[in-house]
Design a protein around this ligand. Structure first.
Ligand code: SF4
Ligand code: SF4
Length: 354
């Protein structure tokens, strides 16, 4: 079945396509008079303000906003109508930065659907030639979307790429409601192809991690218990195996912010996140050891700041002037959306942080 297609907020000329509008809502609510304790103040109470980086180890590259899906909760506002993708010139600059900085051992490729960038495979091969570990955030359905992507599992295996894939739930209805009609069925087929190459299978060293994220205005349940549930259900019903489940909190930006506002849940959700602030999670937020590179080469503290166009607060603002010493001295730019990373067990691209 073809995934249900809708348009990105940008294509709809939606008011939330303007990041300043999103920031205004985050700071003052949709009516202008809703103010919660500032995230900066909570960090100060935990002796973490200004938030400083620790040693940078993860180089996360956003290859573009183009995607074959239009998921309801997408913080990128990705979709088939988004044309912004990274050029080979910018990729070359990324490779130069990696060459100069051997401490950047992990390269995390994201999008959109990163595989839709026509230079994706070349880029993976070049990064691997530098001896770095590559993670790809594969949405699974891209493998089934077109004949030219059917051999992605073999390509991943050949280059020992770690695959991280969203599967919002192990049932069809909940997955399709969030990601579009037919997504669950294609995701299952893609997972079976990945398993067929040895991904997620004990002893192969080929890592396949799945990502859960809540279908509504609530926080994820405990990651360990949910992982057991997923493993049992997917094995019993589809013979699928995988390594770890990452339980991620939806951050109140872009299309998930739109959902919160439309459903009348925004204020309640923010109060929930603020009430669940966890200083241990705050000390471990992913922006402290990650740098995020946008499709156009600009640098951000994380993928969420990237989507809010909040660039790093220092003079090394673009991959062409990538300088780890300058970046190490910066203050991480934070705002109210950050409460999504510090609630409960915390949340990052690798799931819970505590
Ligand atoms: S959540 Fe992922 S798969 Fe879904 S539209 Fe966004 S980038 Fe694409
Ligand atoms: S949203 Fe980004 S900057 Fe804010 S705490 Fe999370 S990772 Fe850090």
């Amino acid at each position: 079945m073809i995934p249900q297609q809708t348009k990105s907020l940008k294509r709809q000329h939606h008011k939330l396509a303007d990041v300043q509008e999103q920031i205004n809502i985050l700071e003052h609510g949709s009516t202008g008079d809703f103010a919660l304790v500032p995230f900066q103040q909570k960090l100060a109470e935990s002796s973490l303000y200004p938030l400083k980086p620790v040693e940078m180890g993860i180089f996360q590259v956003n290859l573009g906003k183009m995607c074959n899906q239009v998921c309801k909760h997408c913080h990128v506002d990705a979709g088939p109508d988004r044309k912004e993708i990274m050029t080979t010139e910018t990729m070359e600059e990324c490779l130069n930065a990696l060459r100069r900085n051997p401490q950047l051992q992990t390269v995390d490729l994201t999008g959109g659907a990163p595989e839709m960038n026509p230079h994706f495979r070349w880029f993976v091969e070049e990064i691997k030639a530098l001896g770095r570990h590559v993670i790809v955030r594969c949405n699974l359905t891209i493998i089934m979307a077109n004949k030219k992507y059917h051999d992605l599992p073999q390509f991943y295996k050949q280059h020992r790429v770690e695959v991280v894939s969203s599967l919002p739930f192990y049932t069809q209805d909940r997955t399709d409601r969030q990601r579009g009609n037919g997504v669950f069925e294609d995701s299952i087929k893609a997972l079976q192809l990945l398993n067929g190459q040895g991904y997620g299978v004990d002893g192969t060293g080929l890592v396949l991690n799945l990502v859960y994220n809540p279908a509504g205005a609530f926080m994820p349940p405990a990651q360990d218990a949910l992982e057991k549930e997923y493993k049992q259900a997917l094995k019993e019903q589809y013979g699928i195996v995988f390594n770890n489940l990452f339980a991620i909190t939806n951050l109140p930006i872009s299309r998930f912010l739109d959902y919160l506002l439309q459903s009348g849940n925004y204020e309640k959700y923010m109060e929930k996140l603020v009430g669940a602030y966890n200083p241990v999670a705050a000390a471990n937020v992913m922006c402290r050891n990650t740098i995020s590179i946008g499709w156009d080469g600009y640098l951000y503290d994380c993928d969420f700041n990237q989507m809010l166009d909040m660039k790093v607060d220092c003079s090394s603002k673009h991959i062409a002037q990538f300088n780890t010493e300058i970046l190490a001295g910066r203050n991480i730019v934070v705002n109210q959306h950050c409460f999504g990373c510090t609630a409960g067990s915390g949340s990052s691209c690798g799931g819970a942080v505590t």
